[in-house]
Design a protein around this ligand. Structure first.
Ligand code: HEC
Length: 129
C-alpha cells in the first residue's frame, strides 16, 4: 500500500513537471512564467479576480479565458496572429493610445498598462505557433 502511494505521488509529480517543461508544452510554460504575472498585475482586477464577474465577458485569470476573449472584439488569441488577438490589440492600445475607446487597462483606471517589454513578450508568445 505504501509503495503504491509513493508510486502515485511520483507519477503525479512527473505529470506536473511535464506540464511545465518548456520542451513538452512551451505555450503553457510561457503562460505560467511570463503571461500570467502580467495579467495578474494589469488586468485581473476587472477581469475575473476573486471570482468576480469579468468586465466585457473577458476572463484574464486562465489561459482558456485569454484565448476566448470578450463579447465584442473577437477572439482573445488567434495563435500566430497578434493583430487578430483582442488580448494583444487592446493591451497595445492601453500602452500606446490610451484615449482609444477600448484601450486596456482603461485610461481612468489605476492599473498599470503593460510595458514595452511585456508587450513584446506577449506578441512573441502569440506569434509562436
Ligand atoms: C479598471 C478595469 C479594467 C482593467 C484593469 C482592464 N480592463 Fe479590460 N475591460 C474593462 C471593461 C469595463 C471592459 C468592457 C467594456 C470595453 O470593452 O471597453 C473590458 C473589456 C475587455 C476585453 C473584451 C473586449 C470585447 O468586448 O471583446 C478585453 C479583451 C480586455 N478588456 C482586455 C484587458 C487586458 C488585456 C487588460 C490588462 C492589460 C485589461 N483589460 C484591464 C475594464 C478593465
Amino acid at each position: 500500500m505504501k509503495r503504491l502511494s509513493v508510486l502515485a505521488l511520483f507519477i503525479s509529480a512527473s505529470v506536473l513537471v511535464a506540464a511545465d517543461d518548456p520542451k513538452v508544452n512551451p505555450r503553457q510554460a510561457t503562460y505560467t512564467k511570463e503571461i500570467k504575472p502580467m495579467m495578474d498585475q494589469s488586468c485581473i482586477g476587472c477581469h475575473g479576480k476573486d471570482g468576480k464577474k469579468p468586465k466585457g465577458g473577458f476572463n484574464a485569470t486562465t489561459l482558456e479565458g485569454l484565448e476566448k476573449g470578450g463579447k465584442e472584439d473577437g477572439k482573445g488569441i488567434t495563435w500566430g496572429d497578434p493583430e487578430k488577438s483582442s488580448l494583444y490589440r487592446l493591451s497595445y492600445l492601453g500602452a500606446t493610445a490610451r484615449d482609444e475607446e477600448h484601450a486596456m487597462p482603461p485610461k481612468k483606471s489605476k492599473s498599470e498598462p503593460l510595458t514595452t517589454e511585456q508587450l513584446a513578450k506577449l506578441k512573441a508568445w502569440i506569434l509562436a505557433k
